[in-house]
Design a protein. Structure first.
Length: 74
């Protein structure tokens, strides 16, 4: 696996707990708005920090799916 990809995956793994805490603390109305924005593909409407978190969540989701299929390893 490419070294840069390995570093990114390690970073994503380290921040899972932080993302879970952030999402748990987010009011339901804000979560709903975030889901609508992402589902509509309007990522330009997000502030930079939120866009980075959404991107990191996507990386984690892609990695988890690939790992569960046996396509990549830790």
């Amino acid at each position: 696996m490419d070294r840069d990809v390995q570093r990114l995956l390690a970073h994503a793994d380290q921040t899972r707990a932080t993302m879970r805490d952030m999402l748990a603390a987010m009011p339901t109305t804000e979560k709903a708005a975030l889901i609508r924005t992402c589902a509509a593909g309007d990522l330009a409407a997000l502030d930079e920090r939120t866009a980075l978190l959404v991107g990191l969540l996507a990386v984690v989701a892609i990695f988890d799916l690939s790992e569960s299929r046996g396509e990549v390893g830790p």
